[in-house]
Design a binder for this molecule. Structure first.
Ligand SMILES: *Cc1c(COP(=O)(O)O)cnc(C)c1O
Length: 223
């Protein structure tokens, strides 16, 4: 695996307005440092404990994104440094993020995860739930979070028509929510697209892709 080359190739193939989150989950620090030394600063992890360990070991100018399913009781461990939480899928979780962010006197940026895949295994809320939260009184009281957009994961399938449809569902949801913009809802990010489908995602309006195996190689979950 030539991590530096993989990274360069992907960066050269995507438009400037699209942010690349290098998904470093399961990868050891020396491999992630190869991407860092190539100039990359935005990394994504899906487990809080792993992200905290890597944050402590690695340079402090890294932007750490939490991309995985998040439990409320884990928020406190990363509240001091996490730069974007992609997978917010319920109001109770958002309230907890707000509470922990307040303790650190900061505002934590979050994305609402919308369920666009047909698989039951994928998390996320409906666009309607997102809309209900954003327009609620309770939401307007959360001064230490900011919803900066939406995140979604397409169904794991070879059917590109289906994948495109799911991505455009997310794009449409993003557009429909725009009128609700307020001090803590500033929609600018559509996080969609992974190693297998990021080109389709960008064609469908993605502004942030989360790519792991195409940069770091396939993951070995046994170690
Ligand atoms: C692992 C993961 C990715 C990256 O997947 P690859 O196929 O390795 O690019 C992206 N998003 C989420 C939420 C993930 O858990």
């Amino acid at each position: 695996m030539n991590i530096k080359n993989n990274l360069k190739n992907i960066l050269n193939s995507i438009p400037n307005h699209v942010t690349l989150v290098a998904v470093s989950k399961t990868k050891p620090v020396p491999e992630i440092m190869q991407a860092y030394d190539a100039g990359h600063r935005v990394f994504g992890e899906n487990k809080v404990q792993d992200m905290v360990e890597k944050y402590e070991e690695m340079p402090k100018d890294i932007e750490w994104h939490m991309i995985g399913h998040l439990q409320r009781n884990k928020v406190k461990y990363m509240a001091s440094f996490v730069s974007l939480i992609h997978g917010v899928d319920n109001f109770k979780l958002l309230k907890e993020i707000n509470k922990q962010a307040e303790k650190h006197n900061r505002v934590i940026d979050c994305l609402f995860q919308i369920k666009i895949a047909e698989e039951d295994s994928k998390f996320g809320m409906s666009a309607e739930e997102a809309s209900n939260i954003l327009s609620s009184e309770a939401f307007s009281e959360l001064k230490n979070i900011k919803i900066t957009g939406l995140m979604g994961m397409a169904t794991f399938t070879d059917d590109t028509t289906q994948i495109k449809q799911e991505f455009s569902t997310l794009k449409k949801a993003f557009e429909n929510l725009q009128p609700l913009e307020c001090f803590n809802f500033k929609p600018k990010t559509i996080s969609m697209g992974m190693s297998g489908d990021y080109k389709l995602a960008i064609d469908s309006g993605s502004t942030m892709i989360r790519v792991g195996s195409s940069i770091f190689g396939s993951r070995n979950y046994t170690n």
